[in-house]
Design a protein around this ligand. Structure first.
Ligand SMILES: CC(C)(COP(=O)(O)OP(=O)(O)OC[C@H]1O[C@@H](n2cnc3c(N)ncnc32)[C@H](O)[C@@H]1OP(=O)(O)O)[C@@H](O)C(=O)NCCC(=O)NCCS
Length: 191
């Protein structure tokens, strides 16, 4: 199992591609915002944190082993603007399990761009990496993210109560999942 996409990954309106140092200002525009970071594991980022990530975790352009994560920038094809990012974690080779994550600059929210980008990530995960199951972990208070998971066709499987001490509170968490068989059925139904 491995994933080595041909870049850019094209969708109807978007280009997905690895992040570079040229994206620093665009990344800072949303990843430094407390509102954007409220329900994600990271804190608002500074330029030095972004620089460090760009040269380490975010420099990966393929998945060759479990434990790795592939983060791709979401670029609006019409303008070349970076509007957000999506990530695919490869958790387990044995269980063929992965996880999806996403963040958008609020200036670009509400147009379905993340749905489009996340669908492309599911496709890479299921059809190219060969995952069996992809999950999304979502804070109960994060309505837009839960709506997005449902729009992607993911099923809510769990509602965990106070399972993590998260940013100063016990947090309740929804877990969503999609199986490869469900992905293929959804693709067949949309033909
Ligand atoms: C979660 C998050 C990515 C959702 O962003 P979003 O803008 O709602 O997602 P999309 O780009 O897919 O847009 C979907 C919205 O646009 C609307 N929309 C408009 N045109 C659309 C189209 N062509 N296709 C799909 N949706 C469209 C949808 O109805 C939806 O709005 P709704 O949720 O009010 O019904 C965003 O809130 C975010 O970045 N939050 C901060 C980071 C975060 O919490 N990440 C998730 C951690 S689990």
């Amino acid at each position: 199992m491995s994933l080595s996409p041909k870049y850019p990954v094209r969708t109807q309106r978007l280009l997905l591609r690895p992040l570079t140092a040229d994206d620093t200002d665009a990344l800072l525009a949303y990843r430094s915002r407390p509102d954007v970071c409220r329900y994600v594991p990271f804190e608002p980022m500074t330029p030095s944190v972004i620089k460090e990530r760009l040269s380490a975790q975010w420099a990966l352009t393929e998945l060759t082993d479990e434990g790795q994560a592939l983060i791709l920038g979401i670029e609006l094809a019409a303008t070349g603007q970076l509007l957000g990012d999506v990530v695919l974690f490869w958790h387990s080779r044995e269980h063929q399990g992965g996880e999806l994550g996403y963040v958008v600059n609020p200036d670009f929210g509400g147009h379905g761009y993340v749905t489009e980008a996340a669908t492309a990530m599911l496709r890479l995960g299921f059809e190219e990496l060969g995952l069996h199951r992809i999950i999304a972990r979502i804070d109960e208070r994060n309505g837009p993210s839960a709506r997005l998971a449902r729009r992607l066709g993911m099923r809510q499987e769990a509602h965990l109560i106070e399972n993590e001490w998260f940013k100063g509170d016990w947090s309740n968490e929804f877990q969503f999942a999609m199986l490869a068989s469900e992905w293929h059925a959804q693709q067949a139904a949309s033909q």
